[in-house]
Design a protein around this ligand. Structure first.
Ligand SMILES: Cc1cc2nc3c(=O)[nH]c(=O)nc-3n(C[C@H](O)[C@H](O)[C@H](O)COP(=O)(O)OP(=O)(O)OC[C@H]3O[C@@H](n4cnc5c(N)ncnc54)[C@H](O)[C@@H]3O)c2cc1C
Ligand SMILES: NC(=O)c1ccc[n+]([C@@H]2O[C@H](COP(=O)([O-])OP(=O)(O)OC[C@H]3O[C@@H](n4cnc5c(N)ncnc54)[C@H](O)[C@@H]3O)[C@@H](O)[C@H]2O)c1
Length: 464
């Protein structure tokens, strides 16, 4: 009979959410066990953020394919020790290699570790099992041996005639990187533009940039079937390919987790773990964070959710993460960075009370000096003049968006944002100038103008 071990917190999955959740629980003094089926690190480290950013960096430097792949391996190897079982154990987290499966509302089993099956009883559990690439139900697609973001890191040479199906963040980042590394790339997107969740101008600008680099971009392309070496789209469009890379979305990892035994509900549509605003599942002792919830698609938001979930479970503190002000970045060249609402979302929510300021980077001296005036900054302003969203498209836009995230979180007005003097010449000057324009526009309103003219006249009389 296998003895039952007892822990305050058991974490299933050692990716961005699980690592942060386990460390946070250990820091609070809890007995924590982390179960991970592979090496800890998750998608971000092994097949996601880290390799894709390393690949983009190597591609931007004009390295050859072999050198770029070596850079990918170096980056992963340099970061892996920080997420390793050994590092976690040193931080007070017990780690077991194996697959976790709930056997009841307060128990789970971990199978596959060196010690065979482990039986565990928990006070709280955190489901952090992430997501996996999903293939759309296109006849012939699975049989064509498509690459995904899980497997694209294997080729020794640039894939010849690469068709990337899906022009979201993964498709655009990898499509640009592989094109710069010498592959002939087509990106085929179902929507009418690339990055359809972002400001329309961002997708259009990226399209121009990619086409300028020799990538073929097809929008409004819905794949209907795949035959030997060809993707057939609606309207008779045919795309020949050497390799296919499918980047059309991801599915939550919930199968085989024993969720029914644990009383954890999943959403009907996509099978994600259903959570409330405190990240609690239908079983109040079990929380979930990260991609598996469908409410987070980024490493930083996964970590924020996991830390909030563990704090709530162990200390009862109601500190849900405020993801309305969590920024995100697509690391193409130029980068597309966003926080909060798009212009369209704000107009839908606030109607006439929404205002949008767009500043072309032709007016940002740093962009002029760099010869990179193709970008722009958008400030989305809601009721009371508050900044409710922003987009920056530029080199290193991800750095610029961080300050705007503070503005959105603290509900600053454009005037308050403009009070922080920004360094010159930087790309951060773009949103700052956009905020200043908003301030100048309010100064030009008839009421304010009358008041300043009256004050001027008074001061003239006093100081002749
Ligand atoms: C190509 C690509 C690029 C990306 N770039 C970025 C980026 O630049 N910035 C960004 O913020 N995000 C990026 N992302 C998204 C980011 O990687 C994910 O949002 C993040 O990894 C999600 O973290 P997670 O903890 O929810 O899941 P994961 O990191 O996937 O971790 C889940 C872990 O659970 C384990 N697991 C699954 N089932 C079980 C089980 N039953 N028992 C035990 N363990 C289990 C898995 O092995 C895995 O290690 C990118 C993703 C991809 C694919
Ligand atoms: N830099 C980052 O932070 C980063 C980078 C990569 C991925 N991610 C995250 O990972 C998640 C997954 O990314 P993704 O790009 O795979 O998914 P996604 O859902 O963001 O984009 C998939 C794209 O594929 C298109 N599509 C769907 N079915 C199609 C079909 N049959 N034919 C053609 N196009 C089709 C969609 O319209 C969409 O634009 C996202 O939520 C993303 O935010 C983040």
């Amino acid at each position: 009979m296998v003895p039952v071990e007892r822990y305050d917190v058991v974490v299933a999955g050692g990716g961005s959410a699980g690592l942060t959740g386990a460390r946070a629980a250990a820091r609070l003094g809890a007995r924590v066990l982390l179960a991970e089926v592979n090496e800890p690190g998750g998608d971000c480290l092994w097949t996601g953020c880290v390799p894709s950013k390393a690949l983009l960096h190597a591609a931007a430097r004009g390295e050859d394919f072999g050198a770029a792949m070596a850079q990918v391996r170096r980056a992963v190897a340099a970061i892996a020790p920080h997420d390793s079982a050994r590092a976690l154990e040193a931080q007070g987290v017990a780690v077991v290699r194996g697959r976790a499966r709930f056997t009841g509302p307060r128990t789970l089993e971990i199978e596959g570790g060196e010690e065979g099956i482990r039986r565990v009883r928990f006070r709280y559990a955190l489901i952090a099992t992430g997501s996996a690439p999903s293939l759309p139900p296109v006849p012939g697609l699975a049989g064509a041996g498509p690459l995904t973001s899980d497997t694209v890191w294997e080729p020794a040479e640039p894939p010849e005639r690469l068709v990337v199906l899906g022009g979201g963040p993964i498709g655009c980042e990898l499509g640009q990187a592989f094109a710069r590394l010498g592959a002939r790339v087509t990106v085929a997107e179902m929507a009418d533009r690339l990055l359809p969740r972002e400001e329309p101008a961002a997708g259009e600008l990226l399209r121009e940039r990619l086409e300028g680099e020799g990538v073929t971009v097809l929008t409004g392309f819905r794949a209907e079937r795949v035959t030997a070496g060809e993707v057939h789209g609606a309207g008779g469009r045919v795309l020949p390919f050497g390799r296919l890379l499918v980047t059309t979305g991801r599915t939550a990892n919930t199968s085989g987790l024993g969720l029914a035994a644990a009383g954890v509900a999943v959403t009907g549509r996509d099978g994600e773990v259903r959570v409330d605003s405190r990240l609690r599942t239908a079983n109040r002792r079990i929380y979930a964070a990260g991609d598996v919830t469908g409410r987070s698609a980024f490493t930083h938001t996964a970590g924020a959710q996991a830390a909030a979930a563990v704090t709530h479970a162990l200390l009862g503190l109601r500190r849900g993460p405020d993801l309305t002000a969590a920024p995100w970045v697509t690391f193409t060249d130029p980068e597309v960075a966003r926080v909060g609402m798009s212009a369209a979302q704000a107009r839908e929510k606030y109607g006439e009370r929404a205002r949008v300021r767009v500043l072309s980077h032709e007016r940002v001296d740093r962009a002029v000096a760099d010869g990179r005036t193709d970008g722009f900054a958008t400030l989305v302003i809601g009721p009371g003049g508050r900044i409710v969203g922003a987009t920056v498209v530029a080199p290193r836009a991800g750095e610029t968006i961080a300050h705007l995230a503070t503005a959105v979180r603290l509900r600053w007005t454009a005037g308050e944002y403009a009070k922080t003097v920004h360094p010159y010449p930087t790309y951060a000057d773009g949103p700052w100038q956009a905020a200043l324009e908003e301030v100048y526009a309010s100064l030009a309103s008839p009421g304010t103008r009358r008041a300043t003219i009256a004050l001027l006249a008074l001061r003239r009389a006093l100081h002749r």
